[in-house]
Design a protein around this ligand. Structure first.
Ligand code: SF4
Length: 452
């Protein structure tokens, strides 16, 4: 796969592959630098959506629909061949992104395998057979004579799953049982003398096992190539994109709050109680209590407040009043006002800074005396439980939240908190503190007929 600066690849360059590619080798395509990044971001949206669905414990049929919707929303192209190219290119770009550490490889492998499983299931039986032969699966279909001798047993297994055994032309494959662990664990196959008898409609397990093992090896090899050559060769062009992609936030930047207009100083105490996520509630309470916040906290809360619609003059008045017991007006103007104006793009390079996403907040390492960061990640268990109770989360919901925290699903923990506090579901999950605020205001508005 060759990455070029910016010209369209000719259609004669396109490789026609089966609808579900096995990603055996990087495609002989020229890829524009923009496509390199945009295709990867679109695929990342699919994989992240799958990851959220799995973490939320969605049922298989819900996952089926979710994967289909995610694919349609992000990967579809009116021309089938373009869709196939995008599929392959995006997979290979993300391989580079996610080959670089054990943890990244594990996540990518798991999400790509889930995606592959769902796409394989949706394929026609011809397409499924074609993939089986492409994988060169060394399994033989059970002979008619053997099928007849085992028919009763096979029928029992089928009935236990609420299915009927198809007629004599039913195809079963005889497979060493350790190669289909999920079927064995789910008691969905008949096992005899170390072999599992896998029906054609269960064949997905075999193919997925092969796919997973192939991709796992490929990721290790890609990592070697990345470390030994690609990273250095591409240090000015692809490397920065690759390194940024796995932590990139994929949603809106919330630099300007438009939906609910401005928030004035007099409303701020009220909305902090009803609509701030825990990270911002904590900072807000700390500034009221200590009449000071260190730089990291001022940035995190200050940009969030800007995103919820606090105008510059109100922001200056807010911080000045809160700091007043400890910081004189003169010192405030000299030491703090500049930074606030700077965040609003009125000083220095005049950049209009955007509020921090969850990903960014979760990844910081607060020092002693700092109050910024994400409480789900950075609080002790005891402090977090107490903070959740103060927010009005029921004891049962607290356990669900803590379960997500123990598994390091901090944004899901925040999503469950949102749902518990608002009594309303948040299917998209929480990805940004300002999204939490907007979703909260929407729920409150629909409940009360006006914004709290
Ligand atoms: Fe804040 Fe995001 Fe953490 Fe929720 S998950 S507390 S919004 S950083």
């Amino acid at each position: 796969m060759e990455v070029v600066q910016s010209h369209r690849k000719s259609s004669s360059n396109n490789v026609i592959v089966s609808i579900l590619p096995l990603y055996r080798s990087a495609p002989p395509l020229e890829v524009r630098l923009e496509d390199f990044e945009f295709f990867a971001i679109d695929r990342l949206r699919v994989l992240k959506g799958i990851s959220d669905g799995l973490c939320r414990g969605k049922k298989p049929e819900e996952m089926e629909k979710l994967v289909l919707d995610l694919w349609k929303a992000n990967m579809r192209h009116p021309q089938a061949v373009e869709e196939v190219n995008k599929d392959i290119i995006s997979h290979f770009v993300l391989r580079l992104v996610y080959c670089r550490t054990e943890e990244l490889r594990k996540w990518f492998l798991s999400m790509e395998t889930t995606l592959f499983r769902h796409r394989f299931r949706r394929g026609s039986s011809e397409a499924q057979r074609a993939l089986m032969s492409e994988f060169k699966l060394p399994y033989k279909a059970v002979s008619n004579a053997e099928f007849e001798s085992l028919k009763d047993k096979l029928g029992q297994v089928a009935r236990s799953m609420g299915q009927t055994l198809a007629a004599a032309d039913a195809i079963f494959y005889k497979v060493p049982f350790e190669e289909v662990p999920d079927l064995v664990a789910g008691r969905r196959v008949f096992i005899h003398k170390g072999h599992a008898y896998v029906a054609i409609n269960q064949v997905v397990s075999l193919v997925v096992t092969q796919f997973r093992s192939y991709l796992s090896k490929a990721l290790i090899l890609t990592n070697r190539k990345w470390t030994s050559t690609i990273r250095e060769q591409e240090k000015d062009r692809l490397t920065p994109i690759v390194e940024a992609l796995c932590t990139s936030y994929l949603g809106p930047d919330y630099s300007q709050q438009q939906e609910f207009g401005e928030i004035s100083i007099k409303d701020i105490d009220q909305v902090a109680k009803t609509s701030f996520p825990l990270c911002m509630r904590h900072l807000f309470e700390k500034v009221k209590e200590d009449h000071h916040l260190k730089h990291g906290g001022r940035m995190q809360l200050g940009l969030f407040l800007k995103g919820v619609g606090l105008k510059l003059d109100d922001a200056l008045a807010f911080w000045k009043a809160e700091f007043a017991p400890k910081v004189s007006a003169e010192r405030f103007d000299k030491e703090y006002a500049y930074n606030i104006r700077h965040n609003y793009g009125r000083e220095g390079k005049r950049t209009d800074y955007t509020p921090y996403s969850c990903q960014k907040i979760i990844s910081v390492t607060p020092g002693i005396g700092d109050h910024h960061g994400c409480p789900y990640r950075h609080f002790s268990e005891e402090n977090l439980r107490a903070a959740l109770v103060r927010m009005g989360v029921s004891s049962r919901a607290v356990e669900d939240v803590m379960d997500k925290v123990h598994n390091r699903h901090y944004q899901l923990a925040c999503t469950l908190t949102f749902e518990a506090v608002h009594g309303s579901s948040c299917d998209a999950g929480i990805n940004h503190p300002n999204q939490y605020f907007i979703d909260s205001q929407r729920v409150l508005q629909s409940k009360n007929g006006s914004v709290a």
